[in-house]
Design a protein around this ligand. Structure first.
Ligand code: PHE
Length: 343
């Protein structure tokens, strides 16, 4: 019995060592250790042996079983490693090679039209001496409302309903929050601009989105007047649209400016005659602006008796829509490649 066991062990180990596939190993395993295998048969026959022989043979066959199992596992993992190695070295694809199909090159992406106009504006503003600032999208209530002269329970908060986090913060409803952050960082005189994504809790339609883009601008210096504001706005629009643009100011209400305005531009699509974009009025509302409210300067640690300033907010979506004649704001975030490919 002992000899028979040793023979099984030696033969099986040899076979395992010379096996060349996982399938082959598996069949060796079944033949030696399976339910009807050689070793199992011997173990079954143990009951016919004497007590002493039984325990000795039992022990030996268990040892052999363990040794064979170990050898099988080892050989199997050697083979698996070899297969992976072969795949790594044999299956090389050089991704840097040019595709013979030239249409693939045409599918390269490009900068989103909103980002394009944002970069242009950054260039225009920096050429006029403005510094570009950034601010967080999740914002403190203080920066978004409180310090902008919109205390809790002020009805103006209703105009800018937003998304609140459970710990009482919010997604900023406008880039004006960066006015305060800017004032905290800078000492007058200064000129800052801040582009960014803003959010409103809003039902969407062709001209309303819950997520859109603005650029904030602010200038603080001595004796700033509405004339300064209008000059900078006109210069800005002239550079954006590459032509002189006629503007008009209407009173507008924002608690953080006094006086506050809506600056309209003469419709560039119809030249002022009236069309669907300007709703037949000849004018397009583009730029809310005004002189910075003394309370807001105080919140920014600036003495309103010494300094004054103007601020404005520019909607980037609206600007891109005017430039390309886009009639539905929802295209911007649709992710529709047919829309994006046009820019
Ligand atoms: N933050 C205002 C809005 O989003 C726009 C604005 C900016 C108005 C600066 C005046 C001055 O509606």
């Amino acid at each position: 019995m002992k000899e028979e066991l040793e023979k099984i062990k030696i033969n099986t180990l040899k076979e395992i060592a010379s096996s060349s596939s996982i399938d082959e190993i598996e069949s060796i395993r079944v033949r030696a250790l399976g339910r009807k295998g050689e070793l199992t048969a011997i173990l079954r026959g143990l009951s016919k042996l004497s007590h002493e022989e039984r325990s000795e043979t039992g022990k030996l066959s268990n040892e052999i079983k363990a040794a064979l199992e170990e050898a099988i596992e080892k050989r199997k993992s050697e083979m698996e490693n070899a297969a992976v190695e072969a795949m790594i070295h044999g299956d090389r694809i050089d991704l840097s090679l040019n595709s013979p199909d030239s249409t693939i090159a045409k599918k390269q992406g490009h900068i989103h039209p909103i980002s394009q106009i944002q970069y242009e504006l950054e260039d225009i503003f920096t050429s006029m001496g403005f510094e570009v600032l950034d601010g967080p999208e999740p914002e403190l209530e203080y920066y978004n409302f409180e310090a902008l002269n919109i205390p809790k329970h002020h009805p103006a908060r209703d105009m800018q309903d937003t998304f609140w986090t459970e710990d009482g913060n919010l997604l900023r409803t406008h880039t004006s929050a960066i006015q305060i952050r800017g004032m905290e960082k800078k000492t007058p005189p200064f000129k800052i601009m801040a582009p960014g994504r803003v959010f409103r809790y809003e039902s969407t339609d062709a001209s309303h989105e819950n997520t859109f883009y603005q650029v904030e601008g602010m200038m603080v210096d001595k004796d700033i007047s509405v004339a300064n504001l209008i000059y900078v706005m006109k210069e800005l629009l002239r550079q954006i649209f590459r032509q002189d643009v006629k503007v008009r100011l209407r009173p507008g209400y924002f608690p953080f400016v006094e006086p506050g305005f809506e600056l309209d531009i003469n419709c560039l699509i119809c030249g002022g005659k009236g069309c669907s974009v300007c709703k037949q009025s000849g004018w397009v509302e583009l730029l809310p602006c005004g002189l910075v409210h003394p309370n807001v300067l105080r919140f920014g640690n600036i003495d309103p008796d010494k300094w004054s300033g103007f601020a404005f907010g520019l909607g980037l979506n609206r600007l891109v829509m005017m430039r390309y004649g886009i009639t539905d704001i929802r295209h911007f975030l649709s992710g529709d490649i047919r829309f994006l490919n046009q820019f």
